[in-house]
Design a protein around this ligand. Structure first.
Ligand code: GTP
Ligand code: SPV
Ligand code: MN
Length: 597
C-alpha cells in the first residue's frame, strides 16, 4: 500500500523497518471510519476482539491479553541514552548500540506472515503549537484500534508534520510471541525512537502514551523549555462562572481519572459549582505569551482502571464507556454480553467469563475470594464520550493553570492537604512523594516507594536534571507560577479503613486550594507547609460518613516523629542522585529538618 506522506524522513524509516521485520503486507492507517471498520471485522473474525452487546454497548469490543501480560513491566523498560549518566539512577539503562544490536535480531522477520500497520498520530490537538507527531508501526489490530481512541490518528497527523520535518517519534512495536522473557520496552531519547517487543498490554504497546507522551516528551521538554507530566487536568467552574484549572500528579491507579471527572457534592452543585475534564493522565505544560503556565492533554481518550468504577465513584467515567469503547481483561456477563468488574455493583453475573477466559459462576467465584476482572483491567474510551469533557479540550493553546497538586497513597504521614511555601519548596514536595504500589505495574502491590512527581517509571532522563528543570521553570514563571499543593485521600484508621470519603467529596479540598489561589482562604504554617484551619474544610453533609471537625483535625495532623523518620528516608533517597541533585533540594530538606526540630 502506498505511503500517505511525501515526507522522506518518514518513508525512509518505514522502509528500513519493513526491511527488518519483513511483513507480508503494509497498511497505512488513514483514520477513515471505513478502514477502521474493516479492521474491527477482521479482529472479530480472528477472535482477537470479541463483540459485546451492540444494543446496550454500541461500538464496544472486548479484548483479553495473555495472562503473563497484564501491566507495565518496569524492570524490562529501558532508557538508552548515549551516556549512562543521562538516564540516571532511577532508570534501567543500556548502551544504545548494544540495545539495538540485541533487539535487531529479535525484530528480524518478526512480521513474516503478518501485516504491518503504519499509524500516524498526533499527541495534542491538530494544529496546536504544543502538539507533536508520532508514527507507530505495529502488527496488532488491537493497538491500531486503541491508538485510534487514545490519539488523533490518520492523514491529519501528517498535515501537522509537513513534508520535510524530521521531528516525529519513531515507534516500532511487535507482539512477537508475547514472551515475557524477551519483553523489552526501550526508549532511545536522542533518536526520538521507541522499540517495544513481546507485549500486547496498554502502557507497553500504545506507544503514544507513557513511552512518547512522558518518557520521550519529558526529555524533549527539558531541551525545549516545557514539561511533560503524569498529571490530570481539570477545570473548576465557580458559581460566578469563573473557571480555575488545576493539574494533579498521582502515581498509577491512585485516583487521577477519578479526580479529573469528579462530581461535586450536591451542596456544591446547587450553588453552581461544576467540574470539567481536560485530561486524566498526562499534561504537557508550557509558558504562554502572558507568562502563565498553560496545559494541554496530549491524549484523545481515557485508558482507565475499570475496577472500582461505578455510578457513585465515577459516574462520568462509567458514562464514557457506554459506546465505542474497548474493554481489556474485565469479566463478561454471558447472558447479555455486557461487562462486569469488581466494584461495578454488588451483583456479579452468574453466567460469567472471568478475565483469563474461564466460564464460571460469578457469584460463587467471587464469594470464594476470586476476582472476575483483573485488578488492572481497563477501558479505552473516547474523550468526547465524557459528559463533563471541557469545552477547552481541543483548544490548541491549552488552559492556564492556577494550581499543581501532588499526591499518593499513604496510610499515615501525609496529611489530607498542605500547600508548599513557594515553587522551590513545591518542587521539593513533589520530589519526596511516596506511595503504595498498585496493580498498574507488574510486581508487589502495597509497598511504599518514593515516586517523585509520580514520574519514577516515566521520566526519560536523570531525575536530578528533571528537578533542576522544575526549578528552572519556576524561575521563568516567577510570580505567575501556579501554587503547589500535596493531598492524600488514603489515610487509614487503625482497622485499615480509609478515613476520608474521597471521590466527589475531594471537591471540599479543591475548594480550599482554589480559594488559596485567589488569596481568599486562611492557612496555618506547619513544619511541612501551609495547612487549612480544620474549620476551613467544608464538612457540611458529611456527618453520616462520620466526618467531624475532630476527624479533620486528625487528617491534618503532622506527626513530627513520623516526619523525622521520613526526612531520614528522603536524605537516603537523595543520596542516589549524587552531583546532579540540585543544591536547592538539600536546602529544602535541611529547612524541613530544622522546622521539625
Ligand atoms: P492510572 O490510569 O493507572 O494512571 O490511574 P489513575 O491515577 O487514573 O487512578 P484511578 O482514578 O483510575 O483510580 C484508581 C483506584 O483508586 C480506583 O480503584 C479508585 O476507586 C481508587 N480511588 C480513586 N479516587 C479515590 C479516592 O478519592 N478515595 C479512595 N479511597 N479511593 C480512590
Ligand atoms: C499507568 O499505569 O499510569 C496508566 C496505565 O495510566 S498504562 O497505560 O499502562 O501506563
Ligand atoms: Mn497513568
Amino acid at each position: 500500500m502506498a505511503s500517505l506522506t511525501k515526507n522522506p524522513n518518514v518513508n525512509k524509516w518505514v522502509e528500513e523497518m519493513v526491511a527488518l521485520t519483513k511483513p507480508d503486507k503494509i497498511v497505512w492507517i488513514d483514520g477513515s471510519d471505513e478502514q477502521l471498520d474493516e479492521l474491527r471485522k477482521e479482529a472479530l473474525s480472528t477472535g482477537e476482539m470479541i463483540e459485546l452487546n451492540q444494543e446496550k454497548l454500541p461500538g464496544c469490543l472486548y479484548h483479553r491479553t495473555k495472562v503473563n501480560d497484564v501491566a507495565r513491566v518496569e524492570d524490562r523498560t529501558f532508557i538508552c541514552s548515549r551516556s549512562e549518566e543521562d538516564a540516571g539512577p532511577t532508570n534501567n539503562w543500556c548502551d544504545p548500540k548494544e540495545m539495538y544490536a540485541k533487539l535487531t535480531p529479535m525484530y528480524d522477520g518478526v512480521m513474516k506472515g503478518r501485516t504491518m500497520y503504519v499509524i500516524p498520530y498526533s499527541m495534542g490537538p491538530i494544529g496546536s503549537p504544543l502538539a507533536k507527531v508520532g508514527v507507530e508501526l505495529t502488527d496488532s489490530i488491537y493497538v491500531v484500534l486503541n491508538m485510534d481512541i487514545m490519539t488523533r490518528v490518520g492523514v491529519k497527523a501528517f498535515e501537522n508534520l509537513g513534508d520535510t520535518s524530521d521531528d516525529f517519534v519513531r515507534g516500532l512495536h511487535s507482539k512477537a510471541d508475547i514472551d515475557p522473557e524477551k519483553r523489552y520496552i526501550v526508549h532511545f531519547p536522542e533518536d526520538n525512537t521507541i522499540w517495544s517487543i513481546n507485549s500486547g498490554y496498554g502502557g507497553n504497546v500504545l506507544l503514544g502514551k507513557k513511552c512518547f507522551a512522558l518518557r520521550i516528551a519529558s526529555f524533549q521538554g527539558k531541551n525545549e523549555g516545557w514539561m511533560a507530566e503524569h498529571m490530570l487536568i481539570l477545570g473548576i467552574q465557580k458559581p460566578n462562572g469563573d473557571i480555575k484549572y488545576v493539574t494533579a500528579a498521582f502515581p498509577s491507579a491512585c485516583g487521577k481519572t477519578n479526580l479529573a471527572m469528579l462530581i461535586p457534592p450536591e451542596s456544591y452543585t446547587k450553588k453552581g459549582y461544576k467540574v470539567t475534564t481536560v485530561g486524566d493522565d498526562i499534561a504537557w505544560l508550557k509558558q504562554g505569551e502572558d507568562g502563565r503556565l498553560y496545559a494541554i492533554n496530549p491524549e484523545n481518550g481515557f485508558f482507565g482502571v475499570a475496577p472500582g468504577t461505578n455510578v457513585k465513584s465515577n459516574f462520568n467515567a462509567l458514562e464514557s464507556t457506554k459506546k465505542n469503547t474497548i474493554f481489556t481483561n474485565v469479566a463478561i456477563n454471558n447472558d447479555d454480553m455486557t461487562v462486569w468488574w469488581e466494584g461495578l455493583d454488588k451483583n456479579p453475573p452468574e453466567n460469567a467469563t472471568e478475565w483469563k477466559g474461564a466460564k464460571v459462576n460469578g457469584k460463587e467465584y467471587t464469594a470464594e475470594g476470586n476476582k472476575l476482572a483483573h485488578p488492572n483491567s481497563r477501558f479505552t474510551a473516547p474523550a468526547i464520550n465524557c459528559p463533563c469533557i471541557s469545552p477547552e479540550f481541543n483548544n490548541p493553546k491549552g488552559v492556564p493553570i492556577s494550581a499543581i497538586v501532588f499526591g499518593g497513597r499513604r496510610a499515615k504521614t501525609a496529611p489530607l492537604v498542605y500547600q508548599s511555601f513557594d515553587w522551590q519548596h513545591g518542587t521539593f514536595v513533589g520530589s519526596i512523594m511516596a506511595s503504595e504500589t498498585t496493580a498498574a505495574a507488574a510486581g508487589a502491590v502495597g509497598v511504599v516507594r518514593r515516586d517523585p512527581m509520580a514520574m519514577l517509571p516515566f521520566c526519560g532522563y536523570h531525575m536530578g536534571d528533571y528537578w533542576a528543570h522544575w526549578l528552572e521553570m519556576g524561575k521563568k514563571l516567577g510570580d505567575k507560577a501556579p501554587l503547589i499543593f500535596n493531598v492524600n485521600w488514603f489515610r487509614t484508621d487503625d482497622e485499615g479503613h480509609f478515613i476520608w470519603p474521597g471521590f466527589g467529596d475531594n471537591m471540599r479540598v479543591l475548594e480550599w486550594i482554589i480559594d488559596r489561589c485567589e488569596g481568599k482562604a486562611d492557612a496555618v504554617e506547619t513544619a511541612i507547609g501551609y495547612e487549612p484551619k480544620p474549620e476551613d474544610i467544608n464538612i457540611e453533609g458529611l456527618e453520616s460518613d462520620g466526618i467531624t471537625l475532630d476527624v479533620i483535625k486528625g487528617l491534618l495532623d503532622v506527626d513530627k516523629a513520623l516526619w523525622k523518620t521520613e526526612a531520614v528516608g528522603i536524605r537516603e533517597f537523595y543520596g542516589k542522585f549524587g552531583a546532579k541533585l540540585p543544591k536547592e533540594m538539600t536546602e529544602e530538606l535541611d529547612k524541613l529538618e530544622a522546622r521539625l526540630g
